[in-house]
Design a binder for this molecule. Sequence first.
Ligand code: BJW
Length: 235
Amino acid sequence: MSDIRKIVILTGAGVSAESGIDTFRAEGGLWEQHRVEDVATPEAFERDPDLVLRFYDMRREAIQTKAPNAAHLALARLDAEWAGDLLIVTQNVDDLHERAGARRVLHMHGEHLSVWCTACDARSRWTETLIERPPCPECGKPALRPDIVWFGEMPYRMDDIFAALEDADLFVSIGTSGAVYPAAGFVRNARELGAATLELNLEPSQGTGWFDEARHGPATQVVSDWVEEILGPPR
Ligand code: BJW
């Protein structure tokens, strides 16, 4: 680690699993309970907005009852104590990295606690339900949708992500299956751009062969151990 200054960390649903938030592709995961095409595409929202709004209302409510786990806390400690550049790019739409105290977080797939007005394009913080079609806090029109990146939509802040990957000395992927692009391709981008690459996941991801090193186990353990290796034991 002595020559590492700039770190990019990609997180996925696995980092929040031990907080009690369902992952997507596990047995019994979200995509076994709901068809992706019914709830996570712009076409689904056009076809049956009530179904989609209820799905996200339910999940928005649920995440507010969950708490960060040891993996979120370890990453927040790394964020606070790492003097070099660091960016946590999360695919997660929960706010557990922030609630653990992390500051350098980028939500590439949007956020449960944000809404997007399709009339005036404003984004607003939101903790309530959307099913009753509440007015946009900015323009007053009942045109709010979840601020979530659905399949076929462009993930957020790709320019910032690629700029960070270009400079990175180390890319670490945590708790993600490597099934969804463009995030699944970041390890190859990072490698081509000269970064060392590390996977921390419960099991080998789809892209595990692209990493220089992979450590497998629950995030609360493998992430905490890795952060302690870098920073030493917490004071
Ligand atoms: C643990 C653990 C523990 C469990 N500890 N680990 C054909 C080929 C290639 C691409 C495409 C294609 N057809 C279509 C596409 C593009 C499409 C895509 O990738 N589809 C694939 C399914 C093939 N992608 C898109 O449409 C994206 N947009 C796009 O590509 O725009 C064009 C573009 C072009 C060029 C550059 C840039 C852009 C948009 C993707 C939007 C994804 N949205 C979702 C839904 C969000 C809303 C919601 O929450 O409802 O985002 S899908 C879902 O998957 C969610 C997640 O962020 C994402 C990734 O899932 P994640 O986090 O990896 O979860 P899981 O469940 O898959 O894995 C969990 C892992 O954790 C597992 O490995 C476990 O083992 C592990 N684990 N417990 C540690 N305790």
